[in-house]
Design a protein around this ligand. Sequence first.
Ligand code: ADP
Length: 334
Amino acid sequence: DHLLAAEADELDRAAEAALRPRRLDEFIGQPVVRDQLSLVLDAANARSKPPDHVLLAGPPGLGKTTLAMIIAGEVGGSLKITSGPAVQHAGDLAAILSSVQEQDVLFIDEIHRLARPAEEMLYLAMEDFRVDVVVGKGPGATAIPLTLPPFTVVGATTRSGLLPAPLRDRFGFTAHMDFYSEAELELVLTRSARLLGAELQPEAATQIASRARGTPRIANRLLRRVQDWAQVRGTGALDLDAAMAALDVFEVDRRGLDRLDRAVLRALCERFGGGPTGLTTVAVAVGEEPETVETVAEPFLVREGLMVRTPRGRVATAAAFSHLGLTPPTSPGM
Ligand code: ADP
């Protein structure tokens, strides 16, 4: 049911490992970010020092973990991975930091979700390469300062604005990742197919790319479903027939909307004349929890200009009516 979710699940993690670009020059798209990173990496290399800490900001599935791996590879260190929610106590972070070796890259996903004490420990580690390890409990507790070898923190966050300013300031720079163009996604898909030992026909690549929501993770996931179809019901070839049929089976339409997305739009357009309609009313109409509608369906509908959130409720745009093959009302809500 999560074919179009940008977050990774367990199956993705297994499948994705083989598809990650290992070097910056294999990384497709994001020309600005690639240029910034290559400058920082080259400068660090010239000074024989680890690169500055880097903050990667952008939606899930766009390649933040991949870039952290690439940075570690380029500086010749190993990559340690953790995440804001995984670090419950400052002690958890102290344990990770004290295992860091020179040139290592510490990737902290969802860094905006670090607990406050861990965040403060991280400031010190990033700025002074130092961590205070607390030994004992209560009044007898003592902090033993530990010097850390030079290393690099790569933080990832969905929005850099979520980060407290003092933490944001400890990063040498923030790389803002954008959604990929369809042409870039076609390159991602063609490369992935090749790594999977198959050849993706250009028309099939175009179809998958146009429905992948600007997100390589989703593109790769759709490719796996097309491959399933080709193998089980088709000729084995990743051609247009296989792409169209597989996308049809999984109810992904030509704009990358799934069943819930369309149900939401249909309810708004057909039952409520385009809105404005309250979230709860829309959710009841499609038989979902309001939270699901709000977090799963709405962000993409809004991004695509198919729906607008107004203080009076949700409104379907003219583009939504036309996407569903309906005629917008003559005196629309907007
Ligand atoms: P994030 O950490 O931002 O959620 P990942 O780095 O885990 O995203 O990337 C998700 C998947 O998309 C991986 O399988 C990766 O190989 C692929 N991918 C992401 N960006 C690119 C890119 N620029 N070129 C090729 N594949 C990419």
